[in-house]
Write a protein that binds this ligand. Structure first.
Ligand code: URA
Ligand code: SF4
Length: 190
């Protein structure tokens, strides 16, 4: 894999785990710029994403887009990807084996996007990126500093907000922290 185009073509044909069997499309991610200061990481494609071959285009994605627009993120500020690139049947949580099989693709994306901030959307992303034992309700909203190089913000998955309106305010506050951090990074104050 020598460049992004190779990555896209290899990933699109991947059969490294059983999720390849039922997919309509491999969903790689979306974003205007690479590198980008922020990488959002979700769980895996849902029904709409599988059909359209694009990340976060269903109801959860629309909710996320609304919030990012409201907080005045610019499209070139972020890239959005998932832990697994193929839709798990019935949107079940991907298994540990599936996550392990797929992580090299996300790691490659990380190496090209070179984010300063990684936002884990939900438990699957937080477990894959931070620690398998984390509880998202406990750790969300607090920055995790990884070797002074990248900052990780764990928060809820937007689909969880659709299911439970009471989580909405915390989700908003977490994403707002990300917006403020980006502002300070851009203006050279920490
Ligand atoms: N949920 C995810 O985790 N990712 C998507 O792309 C869509 C819904
Ligand atoms: Fe390959 Fe990931 Fe799809 Fe599994 S989910 S087949 S590892 S791209």
């Amino acid at each position: 894999m020598s460049n992004w185009d190779d990555f896209v073509s290899e990933c699109s044909q991947c059969k490294k785990c059983g999720l390849h069997a039922n997919r309509k499309n491999v969903v790689i991610g979306r974003g205007l710029n690479k590198p980008a200061p922020i990488l959002f990481v979700g769980e895996g494609p849902g029904e709409q994403e599988d059909i359209q071959g694009e990340a976060f285009v269903g109801r959860a994605g629309k909710l996320l887009d609304l919030l990012l627009d409201a907080l005045e993120f610019k499209a070139e500020d972020y890239y959005i990807a998932n832990v697994v690139k193929c839709r798990p049947p019935e949107n079940r949580i991907p298994t540990k084996d599936e996550v392990e099989a797929c992580m090299p693709w996300l790691r490659y994306q990380f190496s090209v996007i070179k984010p300063s901030i990684v936002v884990c959307l939900g438990a699957t992303a937080a477990k894959a990126i931070i620690d398998n034992d984390v509880k998202i309700t406990k750790i969300r909203g607090n920055w995790i500093d990884k070797q002074g190089k990248i900052l990780i913000m764990p928060t809820y998955h937007p689909a969880a907000i659709l299911r439970d309106i009471r989580k909405r305010e915390d989700f908003y506050l977490d994403i707002k922290k990300v917006r403020e951090k980006l502002f300070h990074m851009n203006s050279g104050t920490n």
